[in-house]
Design a protein around this ligand. Sequence first.
Ligand code: NAP
Length: 308
Amino acid sequence: MSEIVDVAIIGAGPAGLTAGLYAARGGLSATILERITPGGQLAQTDKVENYPGFPEGAEGWQLAYDMQQQALHFGANIVTDDVASVDFASDPKVITAKSGNEYQARTVIVASGAHPRKLGVPGEGELAGRGVSYCATCDGNFFRGKTVVVVGGGNTAAGDALYLARICEKVYLVHRRDSLRATKIYHERLEETENVEFVWNSNAVRIEADDDGAVKSLVVADKNTGEERTIDCAAVFVAVGNEPNSDYLYGALDLDEGGYVKADEGGRTSVPGVFAAGDVRVKSLRQVVTAVSDGAQAAENAAEYLAI
Ligand code: NAP
């Protein structure tokens, strides 16, 4: 058992790091638990253009790193451990990691974010890491000069297609509808980018492998006619949305039907003293700027809860 801290924060993405910064700077003892490396999805983002204060945009990994340094500077403690389960009914609250370590805290901020949704087509699982990727900025360079496909129509798919167009010979953007969900600024840029080709109204059917067991093509079907088309490519980047990292919370907190944590604008969940921040929580706009806002709000409300 660890010492009892004022606030344990689960997840070191923008929401968790900001919660740590606010909590520690406000005089609370704060431990942030992170299963991999701090930064969350932000650290895997090429460029962030809509976070205020950076007229030319900020590199995702750099912004994430700076947030981490700022939280550490004010005394937040970041521990690498993968949370397996929680007991929010006990006092203090207990968090158990897959390592077997247990953490005790007077309050908890759940900021465990989200992970990319799978396409769910044949070939996807077998070829993950062999041409199927969920992170263009992590893996794009392996396919430099090649033809690749991005599947999806949101901001992630649009940003990935633009990023990959800079390093790949050709990028197909496959979307199931005839227009993107992504913000308008992306549409204009994509249309201006010569080596991006849209494949509209098309569902991914299967991903095919070559003799070496690496991706060689994506088969798509026209949504209206059912006609199949094979797109030869070295990689398929899947960008079809996210799912919350909340498996460890089932039974401990009220979640919605998609597994997102129900919380009010102050981050208060169904359990007093437990708060939620960032992409893991039910909310209408999932951005870095809303995640950091959530983190600050949750930390302030945790402090208020402790003062009662
Ligand atoms: P998203 O906005 O949920 O978009 C997911 C896209 O994938 C949609 O176009 C959806 O199609 C499509 N899709 C979902 N399931 C599919 C399936 N099984 N097969 C084929 N297509 C499927 O997800 P996101 O783009 O990852 O973005 C997640 C959040 O992060 C959003 O709130 C987004 O605004 C934010 N974000 C913001 C920025 C930025 O501001 N620069 C960058 C990245 C992400 P439909 O359109 O038909 O539903």
